[in-house]
Design a protein around this ligand. Structure first.
Ligand code: NAD
Length: 262
């Protein structure tokens, strides 16, 4: 049996709102592999939840960091530098699109909503990678979370799909630029999972149920499966993989048109 041992390694996880967050699913697996963890949370109201989740993990660091706030980003990374000095990886599990932009037609997206979604959900990976770069050790990894709508139309996903396309392209450019230092950048493209962010997508329950009917495995995926892929991409088992988007979606993305039932 191959065991992943990350003892002595240190990871920053950004975007845990509660125990259902996909960032938490990856953090749990990193923790089980022996890693030390630091978390950032978007706003003060989310700190108590993270404190509760991490109460039994000694040495966990928590920093406030709204990714649209350059000062908070700088403060979080300089606190990390002071506390740890180096970093072995970053989990970027941050996304947001204004509700109005997810309800109507994509064509009607306002400039403001479009820019907000792209800034929080895609540009943040670029700024986080830039702030993390000086701290990242050789063979460190950055993992972000994407979704199938980056590639094909998923009605109602609207501006968030465009943000995910920009995010996936950023993964490739960041992988190219950080590769010479041995730093890898990859995306986990997860099938639908019930989280706070997912609930804000109009028609999510329908999409969730339909997904299980179409996917070759005939079911939805679990939080744990997302965590396992995140762990793999941040571990020495994946040292040859960078600039990649890997699906954990019960095979849904492999399907084309369905034949009518006989
Ligand atoms: P979630 O709501 O638990 O996590 C989203 C996180 O983004 C929250 O912690 C929120 O505080 C944070 N965030 C939003 N705006 C921010 C800002 N300005 N600054 C800092 N943090 C901010 O939901 P989730 O589903 O776990 O989402 C995590 C990632 O997984 C997202 O990128 C999402 O698009 C992606 N994803 C989710 C699914 C799904 O079905 N749940 C599928 C594929 C990809």
């Amino acid at each position: 049996m191959i065991e992943i041992d990350l003892s002595g390694k240190r990871y920053l996880v950004m975007g845990v709102a509660n125990k259902r967050s996909l960032g938490w699913a990856i953090a749990e697996q990193l923790r089980k592999a022996g890693a030390e963890l630091a978390f950032t949370y978007q706003a003060d109201r989310l700190r108590a939840e993270l404190e509760k989740l991490t109460a039994n993990i000694p040495g966990t660091l928590l920093f406030q960091c709204d990714v649209t706030d350059e000062n908070e980003l700088d403060a979080a990374f300089s606190s990390l530098e002071e506390s740890w000095g180096t970093l072995d990886g970053v989990v970027h599990a941050v996304a947001f699109a204004p509700r109005a932009a997810m309800e109507g037609r994509y064509i009607d997206t306002t400039r403001e909503d479009w820019l907000t979604a792209l800034e929080i959900s895609a540009y943040s990976l670029v700024s986080v990678a830039r702030k993390a770069e000086p701290l990242l050790s050789e063979e460190a990894g950055i993992v972000t979370l994407s979704y199938y709508a980056a590639e094909k139309v998923v009605p109602k996903y609207n501006v968030m799909a465009i943000a995910k396309s920009a995010l996936e392209a950023s993964v490739r450019y960041l992988a190219y630029e950080l590769g010479p230092k041995g730093i890898r950048v990859n995306a986990v493209s997860a099938g639908p999972v019930r989280t706070v962010a997912a609930r804000s997508i109009p028609g999510f329950v329908k999409l969730f149920n339909r997904f299980a009917e179409v996917a070759p495995l005939g079911r939805n995926i679990t939080h744990e499966e997302v965590g396992h892929l995140g762990l793999f991409l941040l571990s020495p088992l994946s040292t040859g993989i960078t600039g990649e988007v890997i699906y954990v979606d019960a095979g849904f993305h492999a399907m084309g048109m369905e034949l009518p039932s006989e």
